[in-house]
Write a protein of this length. Structure first.
Ligand SMILES: [Zn+2]
Length: 476
């Protein structure tokens, strides 16, 4: 925005009460009224106010709430100051009378004023149904129209206060008006619980020479300060009271940051981006501290989740992500350790390693192999992993050769049990089968042996008989 007294007045009025506190609207005085007419109207209003009669605002767009004496006095103060009066003239109806200025810009200007004032009034009244489009389009056209500024130059001449008002005033108005108009929308957004819609409306105005990001940062400044304060307080609680630190940030600061982001997106501002990242770091550190005590894993996960959503720098995002994954690994480890009645918080991993070593020493190899298998799902260090794989391999081998009685049971090892049973029983079965076969063989052999003399004798007898019969045959 430009410098100068008129520019300063423009900045002063540039909020969502741009038209509500307009001196012409409040008093009902016409924008082209001469100094004498204004003074007469002021006297009349003062007399009416003295007997308790309310001063009527401009009937073309009456104020929704009655004016106070204070507001009326302030309005007449404005009208008595040519610079402030000129700014207020820009922002109120110029009317149909063009005899003094001869311009052709009044109608569109007045439509722009009416549409914009109605839109702001509606927003204040909580009515979101009203369209901003007419205000936006008409004002864009009015600002681009040279006749607008010619009219105001004519007004500067008509007011005739050369000491305080000259052509530079119109230049200041021309330079500052776009920002003032958009600032009224931003201010309206800043009053809203969900500022995103109106911020997007402010973006749609797209007027040249408007530093929208600057306006948005100005609108969030107060909340940013509040967040900063809370953040410092929260940080102070770390190192002892992590839960307290988190309670200071949730939900207040997180809500504030969401609101700020709706009005001034952090990806367009280094300051806001940093603010989110710093909040993420405090949340991350608090969650880590909570992890050290006996943890409510659900709550810690939520704190990490909030930190992850806020982190804007790659470093913070990586760190939070790593810690968060560490937490889920820990939950998985606890699930495994619970089978042994252990937890990771109570040094469960070390205890399980001790138990595995003890099992190895007493020759319970199957049990040691199972523990090594479980530990493998928990430990992350590659050297530990190698060592455990080694232990498991050897323990399994040992278990195969020297099965311990306890290793033959366990519902999870039915497959192995069956195999082992087969392996243990099979030789016996084979032996029995062999024995039976042998017995059958022996039985047959004995019978054959026993029969052998008979057979042989038989054979001999047969032979002898045969021979004798042959031999004696001729003797007989
Ligand atoms: Zn005019």
């Amino acid at each position: 925005m430009s410098a100068g007294p008129v520019a300063a007045v423009l900045r002063e009025v540039a909020d969502d009460e741009l038209y509500r506190r307009n001196a012409f609207r409040v008093t009902g005085v016409a924008t082209d009224a001469g100094a004498r007419a204004v003074r007469e109207r002021q006297k009349k209003d003062a007399a009416a106010a003295a007997v308790g009669v309310a001063v009527g605002s401009d009937p073309r767009l009456p104020l929704l709430t009655p004016t106070t004496d204070e507001e009326v006095r302030a309005a007449y103060d404005v009208l008595a100051d040519p610079r402030r009066r000129l700014v207020h003239e820009l922002l109120w109806f110029w009317g149909d009378d063009v005899t003094s200025c001869g311009c052709r810009s009044h109608q569109r200007h007045d439509e722009a004023v009416e549409a914009h004032a109605l839109a702001l009034d509606a927003e204040r009244a909580g009515d979101r149904g009203r369209t901003w489009r007419t205000a936006r389009e008409q004002w864009s056209a009015v600002l681009a129209d040279a006749a607008t500024w010619t009219h105001l130059e004519a007004r500067v001449a008509a007011i005739g206060d050369a000491r305080r008002l000259d052509a530079r005033a119109v230049e200041e108005l021309r330079a500052g008006a776009p920002s003032a108009l958009v600032a009224s929308v931003v201010s309206c957004a800043a009053r809203s619980g969900d500022p995103r819609r109106l911020r997007e409306e402010a973006e749609r105005w797209g007027l040249a020479a408007v530093d929208l990001d600057d306006l948005l940062l100005g609108a969030v400044a107060e909340r940013v300060e509040r967040v900063e304060g809370r953040l410092v307080e929260s940080q102070d609680r770390l190192g002892g009271d992590a839960h307290g630190a988190v309670a200071l940030l949730r939900p207040q600061v997180l809500d504030d940051l969401a609101w700020i982001d709706g009005l001034a997106p952090h990806d367009r501002s280094r300051l806001l981006s940093d603010l989110r990242d710093r909040t993420a770091i405090v949340l991350n550190n608090a969650a880590l501290e909570m992890l050290e005590d006996d943890p409510d894993a659900g709550q810690i996960a939520a704190v990490f989740g909030a930190a992850e959503a806020l982190a804007t720098s790659a470093t913070t995002r990586r760190a939070v992500d790593e810690n968060r994954r560490g937490l889920s690994r820990r939950a998985a480890a606890d699930k495994v350790l619970r089978r042994y009645g252990l937890t990771s918080a109570g040094g469960g991993v070390a205890t399980l390693v001790d138990r595995m070593t003890a099992a190895l020493q007493v020759g319970r190899f199957g049990e040691a192999a199972r523990m090594a298998g479980h530990l493998l799902t928990i430990v992350e260090d590659p050297a530990d992993q190698r060592m455990l794989r080694d232990v498991r391999r050897r323990a399994l081998e040992e278990a195969r050769h020297h099965p311990h009685p306890s290793d033959r049971v366990g519902p999870a090892r039915i497959g192995h049990g069956v195999l082992r049973l087969l392996r243990d029983v099979l030789p016996g079965v084979l032996m029995i089968a062999g024995g039976i076969a042998l017995a059958v063989f022996v039985q047959h052999a004995v019978m054959i042996l026993a029969a052998l003399p008979l057979i042989l004798g038989g054979c001999y007898l047969v032979d002898r008989r045969t021979r004798r019969r042959i031999d004696i045959g001729p003797r007989w």
